[in-house]
Ligand binder design. Structure first.
Ligand code: M6R
Length: 600
C-alpha cells in the first residue's frame, strides 16, 4: 500500500517521477504528490485523487534533477491534499515520502515533538519532524536520519531529501518493499521495479533495517549500526509490454484473457526435458516429511488455497488446513508435530501473511511461498519458493494469479503424490492443456457474460453465489470479485447452508448465481436452486457439460472434475467485470482498495 519513487541525476525529474507513480498506482490511489529540488529550493505538488489529478497541479516550468514522489492508500488521516505525501519538516528543510505504518507515532509525537505543530493527521509526519529535530540538536543529516530510524516501530519505506543538499536522497526500509535502481549518471528509488523500468532494469534489493545514501553516481547501503553492506544488482526480468494495457480498456480484462497463456507457460516451466512435471526435490521432501500442511493466505489467494487443499489431501494424502493470515496470527490453532507452512501470495508482500511467516519461522517451522513475484519479501523469507509465472498482475482484482495459484498447487500435489508412489489415474499435463483450451473458449464468450451481467446485475443491490463442494470455494471467489469491483453486496454460500439462515435474504428478483460442475452434488445444488426460486430468486445456473439441464444459463465444456475451479471462475470473473462496467465503476482501481496490502 502506497508507492514511492525517487530520482537523482541530470534530467528533469518531474516526468520520470510521475510516470513511475502511474506504474505504482495499483498500490494506492487516493492522493499523490511529488517534491523536486533545485537551486531555488524544494517544490512540493500534491493533490487528492489520482496521478492524473496530480499532473494538473504540477508546475511544468519548475525544472529539477532530484525528486521524490508518492501515491497513497490512506491509513492515518483521510485522503486529502494535506495528508498526501510528501510531508515537510517545520522549517521546510526536509521533505519525505513514506510507505508503511509507524505504530509508535503517537508516543514519538508526545516524547519528542511537543513543541512542533504537525500539519497533517498522518503517522508519517513525525519522521520528517524528528529528522529536523535531531539536525537542530547538532547531528549531521545522515546521523539524524539514523537516529530517527532507530526510534521507529512498524513498517516503512522512506525517501527523504534535504533542501540544503541536492546531491543525495536518503532512503530506508523496514518490512515495506523498496529497491534502488541503477543508471548511468543517475539512480532511482522505487517500491517496485515496474515503476522505473522506463529508465533502468538494474536493481539493488534493500533489506529490513538498512539505510541508503543515493547520489547520482553512487549507492551506499548501511546497516543501522553503521556497517557498510556490499550488494550486487540484479536484472529485473520484466518486459515493458507486460505492464502496458495495450489495446485493452482495462488491465482486468487483459489479465482474464491471459489465463490460457499463463496455464501453458506454467506447464512449460514445471516440465523437465522428458515432459514430466517436476518440482525442486527439497520441496517435495519437505511436503512428505510434514504430518500436516497449513496454507496461509488472504483474499483471493486464500480462495485458491481452499481449492489446493483438495488436491493435496485427495492426491498426495496429506492433511491440510487453510487459514486466513490475519486470523491465524492472533488465534493460532493447535499445530501438528511436523507442520509445513505454505504461504500463497500473488504479490509476496502481504503484511498479514508475512506476520505469520515471521512467527512460524521463529517457531522453527519450514515455509514454502507460492508467489508471482520473485525476490518478494515472502519469497525471500521462506525456505522455498514456487513461482506462478503469471506475469505482472496490475488490476486490483486478482484473476490470472488465482488460476495460476491453483495450477501450481495441482502440480505440487501430483508431484508429491508421485514421490510417495501414489498412482494417479490422469495426466496433469494433458488436463492442464485441456483447461487452457477451455479457458480460451470461455474468454471468447464475453458477449454472453456481458448479457448476464446486464440482465442480472445492472441494478441489483445484492447477489448470492451458491455451490457445493469445490464449487462453493469458487463461489467465494466469484462473490469477492463482484463485490470488490462493482460494490454490489455479494456473498458466496455453500448450497446446503442457505436454509440455516441466509435464505431469509432472498426476495423477489434477488440474483442467485449457482455453480453446478460437480456430479456428486449436482442434484443437491439444483435442489437448493429450487428452494431460492420458490422464494422469488432470479437464478443463473452455470454448469458443466454432461451435468447440464434445460434451465442452465451457461454450460462450460467438460474438464477434469477436480480442476473445474480453473474454468468455472472465468465466467464469474467476466460477469464481475461487466457488472462493474455497467455500473460505471473504476474496474482496475476500485474504491478503498489497493493491490498490494502491506499494512496489517
Ligand atoms: O498479494 P496477495 O495474493 O497476498 O494478496 C491477497 C489479497 O489482498 C488479494 O488476493 C485480494 O483479495 C485481491 N485483490 C482480490 O481480488
Amino acid at each position: 500500500m502506497c508507492g514511492i519513487v525517487g530520482y537523482i541525476g541530470e534530467q528533469d525529474s518531474k516526468e520520470i517521477l510521475l510516470r513511475g507513480l502511474e506504474k505504482l498506482e495499483y498500490r494506492g490511489y487516493d492522493s499523490a504528490g511529488i517534491a523536486v529540488l533545485n537551486e531555488n529550493g524544494v517544490h512540493v505538488f500534491k493533490e487528492k485523487g489520482r496521478i492524473a489529478d496530480l499532473r494538473e497541479v504540477v508546475n511544468p516550468d519548475v525544472e529539477a534533477s532530484v525528486g521524490i514522489g508518492h501515491t497513497r492508500w490512506a491509513t492515518h488521516g483521510a485522503p486529502s491534499r494535506v495528508n498526501a505525501h510528501p510531508h515537510q519538516s517545520a522549517s521546510g528543510r526536509f521533505t519525505l515520502v513514506h510507505n508503511g505504518v509507524i505504530e509508535n507515532y503517537a508516543i514519538l509525537k508526545r516524547e519528542y515533538l511537543q513543541d512542533v505543530e504537525l500539519k497533517s493527521d498522518t503517522d508519517t509526519e513525525v519522521i520528517v519532524q524528528l529528522v529536523e529535530k535531531f539536525v537542530n540538536s547538532g547531528l549531521d543529516v545522515e546521523e539524524a536520519f539514523r537516529q530517527t530510524l532507530m526510534l521507529l516501530k512498524g513498517s516503512y519505506a522512506i525517501a527523504l531529501i534535504d533542501s540544503e543538499n541536492k546531491d543525495v536522497i536518503y532512503v530506508a526500509k523496514n518490512k515495506s518493499p523498496l529497491l534502488v535502481g541503477l543508471g548511468d549518471g543517475f539512480n532511482v528509488v522505487a517500491s517496485d521495479a515496474m515503476a522505473m523500468l522506463q529508465v533502468t532494469n538494474q536493481y539493488v534489493e534493500l533489506m529490513d533495517k538498512e539505510m541508503v545514501m543515493v547520489t547520482k553516481n553512487s549507492v551506499t547501503i548501511k546497516k543501522l549500526d553503521g556497517n557498510i553492506i556490499d550488494r550486487d544488482p540484479y536484472t529485473a526480468e520484466l518486459d515493458a509490454s507486460d505492464i502496458e494495457k495495450g489495446t485493452y480498456p482495462h488491465y482486468m480484462l487483459k489479465e482474464i484473457d491471459e489465463q490460457p497463456l499463463v496455464m501453458r507457460r506454467i506447464i512449460q516451466k514445471y516440465q523437465d526435458e522428458n515432459g514430466h512435471l517436476t518440482i525442486d526435490p527439497e520441496i517435495i521432501e519437505a511436503m512428505n516429511e510434514a504430518d500436516r500442511i497449513y496454507i496461509i493466505a488472504c483474499g483471493t489467494s486464500y480462495h485458491a488455497g481452499l481449492v489446493g487443499k483438495q488436491f493435496i489431501e485427495k492426491w498426495a494424502k496429506i492433511p491440510v488446513e487453510v487459514h486466513v493470515a490475519s486470523e491465524f496470527s492472533y488465534n493460532m490453532p493447535l499445530l501438528s508435530e511436523r507442520p509445513l507452512f505454505i504461504y500463497i501470495s500473488q504479490s509476496g508482500e502481504t503484511a498479514d501473511s508475512r506476520a505469520v511467516l515471521v512467527q512460524t519461522k521463529e517457531m522453527g517451522y519450514k515455509a514454502l511461498t507460492i508467489t508471482n513475484v520473485p525476490g518478494s519479501t515472502l519469497s525471500r523469507e521462506a525456505d522455498y519458493t514456487l513461482l506462478l509465472h503469471a506475469g505482472p498482475e496490475i488490476a486490483v482484482a486478482s484473476t490470472k494469479a488465482y488460476t495460476a495459484q491453483i495450477a501450481v498447487l495441482a502440480i505440487l500435489a501430483t508431484v508429491t503424490a508421485k514421490a510417495k508412489g501414489i498412482e494417479l489415474d490422469f495426466d496433469l499435463v494433458k488436463e492442464l492443456g485441456i483447461i487452457a483450451n477451455v479457458m480460451e473458449m470461455l474468454c471468447d464468450a464475453k458477449e454472453e457474460m456481458e448479457k448476464i451481467a446486464r440482465e442480472y446485475l445492472a441494478t441489483t443491490r445484492n447477489c448470492f453465489f451458491i455451490g457445493r463442494a469445490v464449487d462453493f470455494y469458487v463461489c467465494l471467489e466469484g462473490a469477492l470479485k463482484l463485490k470488490e469491483i462493482s460494490y454490489i453486496q455479494a456473498e458466496g454460500f455453500a448450497g446446503g447452508e442457505l436454509k440455516h439462515g441466509t435464505i431469509a435474504l432472498i426476495e423477489e428478483g434477488t440474483p442467485v448465481i449457482a455453480l453446478a460442475t460437480q456430479e456428486h452434488v449436482n442434484l443437491s445444488i439444483r435442489g437448493n436452486v429450487k428452494e431460492v426460486v420458490a422464494r422469488g430468486a432470479n437464478p443463473c445456473i452455470i454448469s458443466m457439460k454432461g451435468l447440464e439441464t434445460e434451465e442452465d444459463r451457461y454450460v462450460i465444456p467438460a474438464v477434469h472434475p477436480m480442476l473445474t475451479p480453473l474454468v468455472s471462475v472465468v465466467p464469474l470473473q467476466l460477469i464481475a467485470y461487466y457488472a462493474a462496467l455497467h455500473r460505471g465503476c473504476d474496474v482496475d482501481k476500485p474504491r478503498n482498495l489497493a493491490k498490494s496490502v502491506t499494512v496489517e
